[in-house]
Design a protein around this ligand. Sequence first.
Ligand SMILES: [Zn+2]
Length: 485
Amino acid sequence: MRIFTASLATETNTFSPMYTDVHSFYQSFYAAPGQHPATPTLCSAPLIACREYAQAHAGTEVIEGSCAWAEPGGLLNRQSYELLRDEILLQLREAMPVQAVLLGLHGAMVAQGYDDCEGDLLQHVRAITGPDVIIGATLDPHSHLTAARLQAANLLIAFKEFPHLDFMQCARELVKLAVAAVQRQITPSMSSFDCRMIDVLPTSHEPMRSFIAKVRQTEQQPGVLSVSVIHGFMAGDVPDMGSRLLVITDNQPQLGQQLARQLGLELFSLRGKTLPEFHSINAALDLARQCNTGTTVLADVWDNPGGGVAGDGTLILQQIIARGLTGVAVGTIWDPMAVKLCFAAGEGAIITLRFGGKSCATAGAPIDKEVKVVRLKANAQQQFADSSVPMGDCALIAFDGIEVILNSNRCQSFDPSLFQALGVVPRQYRLLLIKSTNHFYQGFAPLAAQILYVDAGAPYPSDPKRNGYRKLSRPLWPITEQPFD
Ligand SMILES: [Zn+2]
C-alpha cells in the first residue's frame, strides 16, 4: 500500500491586518519532503501517524510531501497559496499511483480569490487521483465545512478537544480508517448538519465536556466510524462560516444524517451557554488583588495570536502598570523590533524601550519604559502536547516589579514552558498575564490559584453581531435569533 501525506494549514482571520504570505509559513513551520522532525505539529500529525503505521505494518510505503503551517493571521496572498498548493500537487503527481492521500489541514485558510482553500486543494487532489483513491484529512474544529470538501474527500476528522490536545489521536484514527477503506473493510459515507450558529465552545468546561463525551459514545454505535463537531471560526468572513456536525458512517448515509441532525440540534441548544465567565479588565484586577496566596492567571482571550491577531496588545498591561501591581510576569508580547533592540543592547543592559501596541489602533498604545534586559534567548520554544512551538528570538525585560517576555514569532501562550524558556519560574509570581482563549487551560490550571478570563474587548472580532460579515450565505445565531425559521 502506498500512502501520500502532506500538510498545508493556517487559520485566516479575514479581519486581521497581519497579512500572510509564504514567508509566514517558512517562519512558523515548514518541512520539505523527508525533512519533517519526529515530533508532530498540530496540523502535520497525519504524517507522523503514517510513519508510525508504516513502521508497524510491512508492505506500507509512505510518500512524504511538504508540510507547512503559518501562525494564524490575516488574508493569505494568492500567489503564496497557489505556490504552496502546487508544490504539494506536483509531489502527489510524482508519487502516483497511491491508494490513499492523507492531509493535515486546518480548514479555515482563506486566500485572495479563494474563500475555501481546503476545498480547492482537495478538489485538485481528487482530480489527480481519480475517484477510487481514499482522500482524508484532519481538521481543526475552528474551521469551515463546505460542500466542496465533503464532495472531494472520503474522510474528514476534526479534533474533538478545545484545547486541541487530541490532535495525534485524530491523526491515528484517520490513518486507521483510511487503511480500512483502502482494504475495502469499510465504505465511509459523510453526513453533515448545519447548526446555524457560531460560538466559542471550549471542551475543558461544561456543558461542552459532557457533549463531547456523548459524541464519543455515539462513535461506539454500530455503523458509526467517526463524529466531528466543527465549531466554526467567527473571524473568517466566508459563506460557510458556522458550526456543523459531521458524521461518518460505514455506508449508512441515513443513519449519518439522523445522528448529525440530532447532535447538531443538541449543540444548537447549548448556544450562549458554553463560555466560562469573562471579566472586564478592572473586575479581573480587583479579583486578582483579593487573592492573597498563590498565582493568578489572567488570560487575555481576545489578543490571542492563535486567532490571527498580532498579540502585541497592551490594554491589560497598561492597567496593571497604572495600578502599580508587582510580582507580575507577562508571556508574551509580540514585538520583533523591540527584541532586536534588546539583543543589540545585551543582557544586563538598562535601556529606554518602546514595546507592544504597534500593530493596530484598537489593542492599546505602545509602552515606553526604562527596562533592564534580563535574559535573551535565540529560537526559544514552548511545548503544546506533543509539539514544540517556536517563539523565535525572545527577550525578558523587567521594570517596576513587572517582567515581560517579548517574542519575535507570533504565537499564543500554550503552556508554562514559555516562561521557563526564559528562566522565569511561573509559581514565583502573583500574577501571570498570558494571551490565549483556552488552549492555555490544561497547562496553567495545575499551577494557578485562580484563572481569570479577561475580555479586553479587542482586537479579535469576538461579537458576530457587530462583525459585519459580507459573505455569510445563511442566517446564523446570534446574528439571527431564530435561524431555523
Ligand atoms: Zn482551533
